[in-house]
Design a binder for this molecule. Structure first.
Ligand SMILES: NC(=O)c1ccc[n+]([C@@H]2O[C@H](COP(=O)([O-])OP(=O)(O)OC[C@H]3O[C@@H](n4cnc5c(N)ncnc54)[C@H](O)[C@@H]3O)[C@@H](O)[C@H]2O)c1
Length: 451
C-alpha cells in the first residue's frame, strides 16, 4: 500500500435520494465544492427536502429540484446526473442503486449496501452490465487509526495474521438511538449485524485482506424492549418522548425539539409521513438484537471472535490481531461516559457522528513483536465526525475543499466497491441466520455464489 496524495477534483451534476440526517454531510460537502452542483433531491418527505434546500441557500448555492420518491425515474431522465448519493433507509437502497447504475451513473451509497441477498444480487447484476458503478461509503476505512492498522499489517510487522479479537461497545445514548428509530425493525435495517456491524466486518476484510467464509453467531435482545426493561427497572411506559411528561427526565429518551437539526428534519416534518424518531426504547415491537457474539472464519485461515453490545456505559472498541511475528492492538474510546440529557437541554451530543463527543477518550495503537517490548504506533491525528473518517472520505471522493490544504492522505485502496459492500453485509446476514437456526452459515451458500 502506498501513499496517495493525488486527490482529484470531481465535477458534475449530483442528486441525493434520502434527504435525512446523514445526507446533510453530503449536501454540505457538495455545496462547499464549486465543481459540483447539487441539482436534484428525492425523498418521501417534502419537508426534509426543503431542509436541504435551506442548507444550499445558506451556502449561497442554487436550489435543487425536488422529486417525490415515485418520480425517481423521471429525476434520472430529466436531470442527467453524473453522481447519485443514496442515503435512504437501508432496505430501500437497492430501489435507487439499480436503476441509476443501469443508466451509467456513478452511485455513492451509504452502508449497508442493502439488507438481503435478493437485493444484493440485483445490485451486483446491475454493476456487471458495465454501465455505472457503485462505491459504498465505508467512512471508517478513512479514519487514520484504521488505515494505520491496515498499513502496519500490510508491512508484515506482525507476520501472517492468525486470529482477530474484536469488541465494539455502543453507549446508552448512541446505542439507544438505534432502538428509537426505524433501525429497530429488522426488515428495515437488517438489525445491528447488518446496519452497524457491516462497518466493522468491512474493516476486518480490509485489514486482513481476506474474505469471510463461514459465520456462527448468538444474538439476543438483552437490555432494550419491554420485557428486559421491566426486569432491569429502566422501562417507562410512554410510546414516544414528544409531549410525554414521563419522558422528560428519562435518560433513554431523545427530545427532538432541543436540537435544531432533529427539530427541522423530524419534529417539524412528521405531519407528512407520521414518522416518529423518538420512540420508547423499552417498547414491545423491537425486532433487532442488542447483544451479539459472532465467530467468523476467513478464506486466509484467520478466525475472528466479534462482540457488539448496544447498552454500554462507555463507547468505543478494542481490536487485537495475533500474528506469527507479533501482536497488534487498537483501542479507541469515543466516550468515557455519558451524562443523561433532560428535556430542555442544549441537545449537544445526542446525535452520534457529527463531531467528536465531549467525553472523548484516547486512541492507541500498540505493536508488540515477538521477543520485543511493546511500542506505540504513531498515526495522523484527525478531528471531526467518525474519528475524522468523514472528512477524509469526502476529500478522497469529491476532492479537497478549495483553499484547504489536504490532510496527509491515507494509503490507497480505501474506496469500497459493490463486492466489498456485499461481503461486509453477508457476514451480518449470516450472523442473523445463525441466530435463528443455531447453525454455522457458509457465505458462499448464503449468497448463492463465490465473490
Ligand atoms: N456511515 C455512517 O457513519 C452513517 C451514519 C449515519 C447513517 N448512515 C446511513 O445513511 C442512511 C440514512 O440514515 P439517516 O440516519 O440519515 O436516516 P434518516 O431516517 O434520517 O433519513 C432517511 C431518509 O430516507 C427517506 N426515505 C425513507 N424511505 C424512503 C424511500 N422509500 N424513498 C426515498 N426516501 C426514503 C426518509 O424520509 C428520510 O429522509 C442509512 O443507510 C444509514 O445506514 C451512515
Amino acid at each position: 500500500m502506498s501513499s496517495n496524495n493525488n486527490q482529484a477534483q470531481l465535477s458534475g451534476r449530483v442528486g441525493i435520494v434520502g434527504t435525512g440526517h446523514r445526507a446533510r454531510l453530503y449536501t454540505h460537502s457538495i455545496a462547499a465544492r464549486p465543481s459540483l452542483e447539487l441539482v436534484a433531491l428525492c425523498d418521501t418527505n417534502s419537508d426534509r427536502m426543503d431542509h436541504h434546500n435551506q442548507l444550499l441557500k445558506e451556502a449561497g448555492r442554487p436550489q435543487a429540484k425536488k422529486y417525490a420518491a415515485e418520480d425517481f425515474n423521471k429525476m434520472l431522465e430529466d436531470e442527467k446526473l453524473d453522481i447519485l448519493v443514496v442515503t435512504t433507509i437501508d432496505y430501500t437502497h437497492d430501489l435507487y442503486i439499480v436503476p441509476a447504475v443501469k443508466k451509467g451513473i456513478k452511485v455513492l451509497t451509504e452502508k449497508p449496501m442493502t439488507t438481503d441477498v435478493e437485493k444484493c444480487k440485483k445490485i451486483l447484476a446491475a454493476v456487471e452490465e458495465g454501465k455505472g458503478s457503485v462505491q459504498v461509503l465505508f467512512n471508517y476505512r478513512y479514519n487514520p487509526v484504521h488505515w494505520k492498522v491496515a498499513e502496519v499489517i500490510a508491512q508484515g510487522k506482525i507476520g501472517n495474521v492468525k486470529s482477530v479479537h474484536f469488541e465494539w461497545l455502543l453507549d446508552t445514548v448512541h446505542g439507544a438511538d438505534y432502538f428509537r428509530r426505524w433501525h429497530r425493525y429488522k426488515d428495515r435495517s437488517g438489525g445491528l449485524m447488518v446496519h452497524k456491524s457491516s462497518h466493522h466486518f468491512d474493516l476486518v476484510n480490509f485489514w486482513i485482506q481476506s474474505k469471510p467464509e463461514s459465520v456462527f453467531g448468538l444474538g439476543s435482545l438483552s437490555f432494550y424492549g419491554k420485557e428486559q426493561g421491566q426486569k432491569s427497572g429502566w422501562a417507562r411506559s410512554y410510546d414516544r418522548a414528544r409531549d410525554s411528561k414521563e419522558a422528560e427526565d428519562d435518560p433513554f429518551a431523545i427530545h427532538l425539539e432541543d436540537e435544531p437539526g432533529l427539530k427541522a428534519l423530524y419534529h417539524d416534518a412528521e405531519h407528512i409521513d407520521n414518522y416518529h424518531r423518538d420512540m420508547n426504547v423499552f417498547a414491545d415491537d423491537i425486532t433487532i438484537e442488542d447483544d451479539m457474539s459472532v465467530l467468523v472464519h476467513y478464506e486466509s485461515g484467520v478466525n475472528m471472535t466479534y462482540h457488539l453490545t448496544a447498552y454500554s456505559p462507555w463507547e468505543g472498541y478494542r481490536v487485537m490481531f495475533n500474528g506469527d511475528k507479533g501482536r497488534l492492538e487498537l483501542e479507541c474510546v469515543e466516550s468515557t461516559h455519558r451524562v443523561p440529557a433532560k428535556k430542555g437541554g442544549d441537545g449537544d451530543g445526542v446525535v452520534h457522528g457529527e463531531k467528536a463527543l465531549k467525553n472523548e477518550g484516547h486512541n492507541k495503537i500498540t505493536l508488540q513483536q515477538l521477543w520485543k517490548e511493546k511500542e506505540d504506533v504513531p498515526y495522523v491525528q484527525a478531528s471531526g465526525g467518525h474519528g475524522g473518517g468523514d472528512e477524509a472520505m469526502l476529500a478522497q471522493i469529491f476532492g479537497p475543499l478549495p483553499n484547504v490544504k489536504p490532510t496527509e492522505t491515507p494509503i490507497t485502496g480505501l474506496s469500497a466497491n459493490q463486492i466489498d459492500g456485499a461481503l461486509a453485509m453477508a457476514v451480518g446476514l449470516a450472523a442473523n441466520e445463525s441466530f435463528k437456526t443455531g447453525k454455522q452459515v457458509q457465505i458462499k451458500e448464503l449468497l448463492g455464489r463465490q465473490l
